[in-house]
Write a protein that binds this ligand. Structure first.
Ligand code: ZN
Length: 270
């Protein structure tokens, strides 16, 4: 499943193809993905010039000179294809630019989303309203996390996955960051000291930045004809490594809560 670094890399890959370009065709090929696609998306995007691309949490933002922002979410299996040789069954949105580039949004499982909002209403866009700070932003600090969790009895892992605490963190990077910071995923939020939260915030930023950098090196493939943005594999510290040796020599353990796996080391993480 694409997480924040994959979305950041996707946006970086789309930018040179779309920025400054007039869109000569924007055509949804079905009425919905996870939710209905706005019926006026085609009309509002066709003929518009893309002025900038950005990201909020795991949402990609494509802004136009008409004051609209097209929002995409990759869901479980979404990816953009650039200059595909053929249109596939699961290409649910077709885009063409003035310079003749062709893009498709491909999403076999259709858990992704496409939406369009006015730029001035972006702050009121429903998924963004209660969303916490960006994990790579300057206002996401140890002090912020300490204050945000002061009365929280929930396990820290659950708190970090709550988008109201911090936006866009998913299971993989939370497991990795907790291991890097030496914090047990089950530790209650309120029971973690401020210095440990500072280490945790530094770890979160570090794992995300490393993943974005790894993704950047895959961008070359992304823009090849029929190129696809792969979900770059990483050498995880604990994620997906149950039974293998942690860097301390002990075994990586796995626990499942509400269908979601937690990978951790009981020796390194307290
Ligand atoms: Zn260990």
């Amino acid at each position: 499943m694409p997480e924040l670094p994959e979305v950041e890399t996707t946006v970086a890959g789309l930018r040179p193809v779309l920025e400054g370009q007039r869109l000569t065709m924007v055509e949804p090929r079905r009425a919905d993905l996870r939710w209905p696609i706005p019926v006026d998306l085609r009309q509002r995007m066709t003929g518009a010039v893309v002025t900038s691309l950005g990201r909020r949490a795991k949402y990609g933002l494509i802004e136009t000179d008409r004051g609209d922002v097209m929002i995409f979410h990759l869901g479980m299996s979404g990816r953009w294809r650039i200059d595909p040789e053929e249109i596939e069954k699961h290409d649910h949105l077709l885009v063409e630019t003035q310079s003749g580039r062709r893009l498709t949004l491909n999403d076999p499982r259709r858990f992704g989303a496409l939406d369009i909002v006015r730029r001035e209403n972006l702050g009121h866009y429903r998924p963004f309203v209660a969303m916490g700070p960006e994990p790579l932003g300057d206002d996401f600090t140890g002090g912020y996390l300490k204050a945000a969790t002061k009365d929280r009895k929930a396990p820290i892992k659950q708190i970090l996955l709550d988008q109201r605490t911090v936006a866009g963190l998913g299971n993989i990077y939370v497991c990795e960051a907790l291991h890097m910071a030496g914090i047990s995923p089950g530790r209650k939020g309120a029971a973690i000291s401020k210095p440990r939260y500072e280490r945790l915030v530094a770890a979160i930023k570090q794992v995300l930045i490393a993943a974005i950098a790894a993704g950047g090196s895959s961008l070359r493939d992304f823009v090849q004809p029929d190129g696809e943005l792969g979900y770059f594999s990483k050498d995880w510290r604990v994620y997906g490594r149950e039974g293998e040796a942690c860097e301390c020599g002990g075994p990586v353990l796995r626990r499942v809560d509400s269908g979601r796996s937690t990978f951790y080391c009981s020796h390194c993480q307290k």
